[in-house]
Design a protein. Structure first.
Length: 333
C-alpha cells in the first residue's frame, strides 16, 4: 500500500490549508480570484460563451478549500476543517450573489430555454456524479503525488464549481426556482464527489496514519469519524435526487422514442411530416407536425400511441399549416 512522508504531508497542508504566517496573503488571493472567477463565469453564461466559462473554471480557487476540507477530515483537524468549510460556503454565496447581480443588469432573463450554458447545468444526473468522482480522484491523487500535479489545470476545467453557482444566481434572479435548484445540485454533486473520493484516496495513501502536531489521538479519531459521517450524509443527499433525475430522463427518453415511432407511422400518407418530439416542463410530450391544410384526423395517431403503451392524455399534437406560394407565377385574379 502506498504511503507518504512527513514532508509530503507538510506540502499538502501548505497547498490547501489557510494557516501560518502566509494565511493573510493566501486569503486575499483566494477572494480576489473567487470574485473575478465568478464575474467571468457569470459573464460567460450570459454571453453563452463556452470559452469564457472554461476560463472561469481555470481561475476559480474553490477547489483549494474543498480539498482542504477533505484533508482536514482525514487528519481529524477540526480547526482547519471549519475554516475550509467556511471558505467553501462563503465563496459559493459570493458567486451566487454575483450571478444574481449580473442577472439584474441583463436585459433578458438568462434561463435554460434560451441559453445553452444554463441548460447544460440545471439537469444533473448520475453521469455527472460519475464524471465528478473520476475528476475528484485525479485531483486528490495530484495533491498526494507532486509528480502528477501538472494535471490540476485539467481537473479545474473538468470539475465545474463556479459556473453552476453563477447559474444559480442568474436563474434565481429570473425566478426560475427549479433551474436554480438543479444548478445548486450540480455544485453539491461535484463537492460531494471531491470529498468522498478524496477521503478514500487519502486513506489508500495512509494520510490518516501521519502524526500531526496537534490534538490527542482520541480527539483526532473522534473528529475524523464526525467528518466522514458528514461527507457520507452529503453524498446520500445528492445521490437520491440524481437517481430520481436519471430515472425520469430515462423514462422521458423512452416515451419520446415511442411517440416518435407512433407519429412517423401515422403521418405516412397524410401529406404532413413530423418536425419534432419534445417533453415540456409540464411532463406533456409534444409532437409537432407540418403540412398543408386541412388538419388530418388524429384517431389513427391515438391508436398508434396506445399500441406502443403511451397514454394519449400524456401527448399533445401541434399542427403547423404549410402554404407554399410561387412568387414567380403571375398573380391570380
Amino acid at each position: 500500500m502506498p504511503n507518504i512522508a512527513s514532508q509530503d504531508l507538510n506540502d499538502m497542508r501548505d497547498s490547501v490549508f489557510f494557516e501560518g504566517p502566509e494565511s493573510g496573503r493566501r486569503l486575499s488571493r483566494f477572494w480576489m480570484l473567487m470574485i473575478l472567477s465568478a464575474v467571468i463565469a457569470g459573464a460567460g453564461v450570459v454571453a453563452d460563451s463556452t470559452a469564457t466559462v472554461i476560463g472561469a473554471m481555470i481561475v476559480a480557487p474553490l477547489m483549494t478549500p474543498i480539498q482542504g476540507t477533505m484533508l482536514a477530515a482525514v487528519l481529524g483537524d477540526r480547526k482547519n476543517l471549519l475554516r475550509s468549510v467556511g471558505l467553501v460556503i462563503a465563496g459559493a454565496l459570493a458567486a451566487i450573489a454575483i450571478g444574481w447581480l449580473l442577472g439584474a443588469i441583463t436585459a433578458a432573463p438568462v434561463v435554460a430555454q434560451t441559453n445553452s450554458q444554463v441548460a447544460s447545468r440545471v439537469n444533473p444526473t448520475l453521469i455527472d456524479l460519475l464524471a465528478a468522482l473520476a475528476t475528484g480522484a485525479v485531483g486528490s491523487i495530484a495533491l498526494v503525488r507532486r509528480d502528477i500535479s501538472d494535471t490540476l489545470p485539467g481537473v479545474a476545467i473538468a470539475i465545474s464549481l463556479v459556473p453552476p453557482l453563477a447559474v444559480v444566481g442568474l436563474t434565481l434572479q429570473a425566478h426560475e426556482w427549479s433551474q436554480a435548484g438543479g444548478a445548486l445540485l450540480l455544485f453539491g454533486t461535484n463537492v460531494a464527489a471531491i470529498l468522498g473520493v478524496g477521503t478514500i484516496i487519502m486513506a489508500i495513501y495512509g494520510v490518516h496514519r501521519m502524526s500531526p502536531q496537534y490534538g490527542s489521538t482520541e480527539l483526532r479519531s473522534h473528529n475524523r469519524r464526525n467528518a466522514v459521517f458528514a461527507i457520507a450524509t452529503l453524498a446520500i443527499i445528492v445521490v437520491v435526487p440524481l437517481t430520481d433525475a436519471s430515472l425520469t430522463i430515462a423514462h422521458r427518453t423512452e416515451e419520446e422514442s415511442s411517440v416518435t415511432s407512433a407519429s412517423e407511422t401515422w403521418v405516412k400518407g397524410t401529406g404532413w411530416v413530423l418536425v419534432s418530439v419534445a417533453t415540456e416542463s409540464t411532463g406533456i410530450t409534444v409532437a409537432r407536425f407540418e403540412g398543408p391544410p386541412p388538419t388530418p384526423p388524429t384517431a389513427g395517431l391515438r391508436a398508434e400511441l396506445i399500441r406502443r403503451g403511451v397514454a394519449p392524455a400524456d401527448v399533445q399534437a401541434e399542427f403547423v399549416p404549410k402554404v407554399t406560394v410561387d412568387l414567380g407565377a403571375p398573380p391570380g385574379p
